[in-house]
Design a binder for this molecule. Structure first.
Ligand code: SF4
Ligand code: SF4
Length: 128
């Protein structure tokens, strides 16, 4: 099963991605590439492209709603790590739903996390 986020990317083209400046300072343990950020205020940076009228993070690769992924996935800011796709861990994610709806995509459902190869298999027997 492909991860649903790899067919989406909506949240990376909907929210302003702001975070503390230290996340882009290597000497403080930060890993976000500084050249992909812009100063937002004395305390915060934003991912370039997300503080704009037409929001799209500079690190987003691909086409929203078709095939998209983060080009700096291991180095993405903390706020990106906090966004959960709806139902991946058994609950709705309002951030995910709002971004998908804004891009004309249906919200994820529990069915989006089923492996098609499991369809139709009988349930495991219960132990006594
Ligand atoms: S978290 Fe939701 S909105 Fe963001 S890429 Fe994944 S499915 Fe799309
Ligand atoms: S850094 Fe990556 S995960 Fe975060 S908004 Fe940009 S493309 Fe999306």
């Amino acid at each position: 099963m492909d991860h649903p986020c790899l067919r989406c990317g909506a949240c990376c083209a909907f929210y302003r991605v702001a975070f503390h400046w230290s996340e882009a300072e290597a000497f403080l343990g930060g890993c976000v590439p500084p050249e992909l950020t812009e100063k937002l205020d004395p305390h915060r940076l934003a991912m370039r492209g997300t503080n704009a009228a037409q929001i799209r993070c500079v690190a987003l690769q691909g086409v929203v709603g078709e095939a998209a992924h983060c080009g700096i996935y291991p180095q993405r800011p903390s706020v990106c790590r906090e966004v959960q796709p709806s139902w991946e861990f058994g609950a709705v994610s309002p951030q995910c739903d709002k971004a998908r709806l804004a891009h004309g995509l249906p919200v994820l459902t529990p069915g989006d996390w089923l492996d098609p190869s499991d369809a139709g298999l009988p349930p495991l027997p219960q132990s006594a």
